[in-house]
Design a protein around this ligand. Structure first.
Ligand code: ACO
Length: 406
């Protein structure tokens, strides 16, 4: 088989037509507050030893009351925009993967769009639980390769601590909070996100679920189910170990590569035993697998971006490395993506950094003015009503619009 310069086997191009989706910016954000296994020992009947043995988790980060999926997502996104050296107006599309958004609508993506001042961008949330980041990567790359977009921001952001039942020892030991963001940009240089495979099986939806307030299965005689995570851990474990392996093999096969061509695998950080089992069955060297579940727990759609950003910042991922990111989660959903980490160099500029910070301030002012203008417009057209005052007051106080912490 022919090998390209540097001894690497060429990647089979699948419908890229000269437009490639490169990652040019990245950033992650985790809350400061650390919750250790010993802290959880005081909440439910469990032990540090049990949690470490069965999951590999030692501690996780938990958001304080001021943070939301929006504020964590904004902070990660700002880092990604800075790294890519682009302005908010350069974004054509914002895709947010989250399973813990504060509202069914407005989407977390729209609230992030507003606070970034990405006035040209479309924005939507995508719900694929812990596979959300892989799905977002697939949607973003597809938009770029098809010519619909030049520059896309994807964000995985979660506050799972607020949908965790802290009395359920089977789930509360696992989940945590955090966010990660990536900027993808078009280029005619082959590289970037080369292949994405996505799968689902709704017949397993009951294995992992969070009922929403809209659920209509109770008749008033029993209380509605709480909006917390319900999980059949053993079945999810078996499903996860199986699909992680099959998704990795499929994405590699689709590009005409072999496992030996892959430099690094970044799996969803759910449980160390799931990761170990699938890597053992693939016979992939453990030193080339990125794992940080011991420090952050399972941050769902944010887990792969946080692990990838950390690996890049620690120098564990180098130019021209071939990476596979792989995830699974509620739905059931699963998928994998194959990336070439040949990041297009950007020249950082102090002037642009200052301009970007100025634009963030302007975005907040614009957002406030827009809301005031909407209020005044409706007052002058139809006269004031109680609901106008209520809405204006609510939007001023609502947490999604609060200034993200630095
Ligand atoms: N501490 C002590 N004992 C516990 C705990 C705990 N925290 N949790 C469960 N146990 C007990 C159980 O009650 C059970 O006791 P029993 O035998 O007397 O009934 C025993 O430990 C074994 O329980 P299992 O559920 O079989 O334990 P298992 O080894 O499977 O570990 C775990 C449980 C960690 C939840 C594991 O099944 C798992 O990680 N599953 C995958 C979960 C996952 O990855 N979910 C995220 C998916 S991604 C997304 O979309 C959100």
């Amino acid at each position: 088989m022919t090998r390209r310069r540097g001894g690497k086997r060429p990647i089979r191009s699948n419908g890229e037509n000269g437009r490639y989706a490169h990652i040019t910016g990245w950033g992650a954000e985790v809350p400061e507050r650390v919750l250790t296994n010993h802290d959880i020992e005081k909440m439910v009947d469990t032990s540090d030893e049990w949690i470490r043995e069965r999951t590999g988790i030692s501690e996780r980060r938990i958001a304080d009351d001021r943070d939301t999926t929006v504020t964590l997502g904004i902070r990660a996104a700002r880092k990604a925009l800075k790294r890519a050296n682009i302005l908010p107006d350069d974004l054509d599309l914002i895709i947010v993967a989250t399973g813990s958004s504060e509202h069914l609508f407005p989407s977390t993506a729209c609230l992030i769009q507003d606070q970034l001042g990405a006035t040209r961008a479309g924005a939507f949330d995508l719900l694929a639980a812990c596979s959300g980041f892989i799905y977002a990567l697939g949607m973003a790359a597809g938009q770029i390769k098809s010519g619909q977009a030049q520059t896309v921001l994807i964000v995985g952001t979660e506050i799972f601590s607020r949908i965790t039942d802290w009395n359920d020892r089977g789930t509360c030991i696992l989940f945590a909070d955090g966010a990660g963001a990536f900027v993808l940009q078009v280029s005619d240089t082959p590289g970037g996100v080369r292949e994405v495979v996505l799968h689902s099986d709704g017949s397993g939806g009951d294995l992992l679920s969070v009922p929403s307030g809209v659920r209509a299965t109770w008749n008033g005689s029993e209380p509605p189910p709480k909006s917390v995570i319900y999980m059949n851990g053993r079945d999810v474990f078996r499903f996860a170990a199986r699909v992680m392996t099959s998704a990795i093999e499929e994405v590699i096969r689709n590009t005409g590569l072999m496992l030996s061509d892959i430099d690094v695998i970044i799996p969803h950080q759910a449980n160390l035993r799931i990761i170990d089992a699938s890597m053992r069955s693939l016979k992939f060297p453990s030193e080339r697998v990125i794992i940080n579940v011991e420090r952050y727990g399972n941050t769902s759609a944010a887990s792969i971006p946080i692990a990838l950003v950390e690996a890049v910042e620690q120098g564990r991922i180098k130019a021209n490395d071939r990476l596979v990111v792989v995830g699974f989660g509620g739905g059931l959903t699963w998928g994998a993506a194959l990336l070439e980490w040949d990041v297009i160099p950007t020249t950082a500029s102090y002037g642009r950094d200052v301009l970007r910070e100025g634009l963030y301030i302007l975005a907040r002012v614009r957002s406030l003015l827009n809301r005031m203008m909407r209020f005044l417009e409706s007052v002058f057209v139809r006269g004031p009503s109680k609901s106008h005052w209520r809405l204006l007051k609510r939007s001023e106080n609502s947490p999604p619009h609060s200034e993200p912490k630095k």
